[in-house]
Design a protein around this ligand. Structure first.
Ligand code: XIL
Length: 315
């Protein structure tokens, strides 16, 4: 089974994977990643982030991101952009800076328009804003919100739209996959952006899940987003477990991957799915969540796990 081919046949735009520049020296890894019937889209896991692209104010480095763009182009794959404005992986000149509202507005505009403009025409859809909310649905206290209030969202979206009128602009977050205060906050933000005429095309549901804990309201919540008239993308899917992995955990993981992909399949506005790298060898999970891992559909030896069959069966 080839996941992108299955997704296309099922009416989706892509099934894709995140990747990262250091992994691209691993020829076995790149061989699987480059099969455009398995992965019709790739996403740079780090190299388009602010710290990677504008490490000093006004000094832009595109080389890391360009390597992923070139890989996608060479493979005949779509490219998902990630990201313009996020509180994390900021260079210290941004995170530690003290700015007037006018200064920071200009900084956000310059960053977004330069990044998006540089890759104009290359990016199918873009996580423009990542993780603006706390889990209780209040705004995250970061340099952007604390200096600008919620206006930074519209500033970033408008700058991105001007720089590339064709790429679809998304806001992306975690813990908005199921119904609840944070999902409601995102839905209210989308409504207020729409009411103001600000460009917003889609919502990204990250879907960094835990085995056995996929939200039961995933599909109904996706339908609530769809009712607003925006696209939905699953942007960072992985389903981790407390190690060691067992056959029972892998079996539950297969069920959980199937549940997530089935929900996207059932909601027409869900346009595609991205896993946050395809192999446990390069998953971000073990270094971030102590004692957890085995979150991807391929194991660290590039062997497909039961999760793979759970995905394939959902299309
Ligand atoms: C992660 C990367 O995969 C890691 O390599 C990096 O060290 C930290 O960031 N949500 C996001 C992604 O939006 O950008 C994060 O990616 C994972 C959580």
């Amino acid at each position: 089974a080839k996941l992108h081919s299955l997704a296309k046949t099922a009416g989706k735009l892509y099934f894709g994977s995140a990747t990262d520049n250091p992994e691209l020296t691993d020829t076995a890894y790149v061989g699987i990643l480059s099969d455009n019937t398995m992965f019709g889209q790739i996403t740079p896991g780090n190299s388009m982030k602010w710290d990677a692209t504008e490490p000093e104010q006004g000094t832009f480095t595109f080389s890391g991101g360009q390597q992923i763009v070139d890989l996608a182009r060479g493979n005949g794959q779509l490219l998902r952009g990630h990201n313009c404005v996020w509180y994390n992986q900021l260079p210290s000149w941004v995170s530690g800076g003290t700015f007037t509202a006018a200064e920071l507005t200009s900084i956000v505009q310059t960053h977004c328009s330069t990044i998006v403009g540089h890759w104009a025409g290359e990016i199918v859809n873009l996580t423009c804003i990542t993780e603006p909310f706390n889990d209780d649905g209040t705004w995250r206290s970061d340099v952007f919100y604390n200096t600008l209030g919620e206006s930074f969202v519209a500033t970033a979206l408008m700058a991105a739209r001007s720089a590339d009128p064709t790429t679809k602009l998304y806001i992306n977050d975690y813990n908005i996959e199921g119904s609840g205060a944070k999902a409601t906050a995102m839905q209210n933000l989308i409504k207020s952006l729409q009411a103001a005429g600000t460009p917003i095309d889609g919502v990204g549901l990250q879907c960094h899940f835990i085995v056995g804990e996929v939200p039961t309201t995933l599909q109904t919540n996706m339908e609530a987003f769809a009712a607003l008239g925006v696209e939905i993308a699953i942007t960072e899917l992985d389903i981790r477990m407390t190690l060691p992995a067992t056959a029972a955990l892998y079996d539950q993981q297969k069920t959980d991957y199937n549940t997530v992909v089935s929900a996207c399949q059932a909601v027409e506005s869900c346009i595609g799915i991205t896993i946050w790298d395809y192999t446990d060898k390069y998953s971000w999970v073990p270094s971030t969540f102590s004692g957890q891992g085995a979150a991807c559909p391929w194991d660290s030896n590039f062997v497909k796990k039961p999760a793979f069959d759970g995905i394939a069966a959902a299309f």
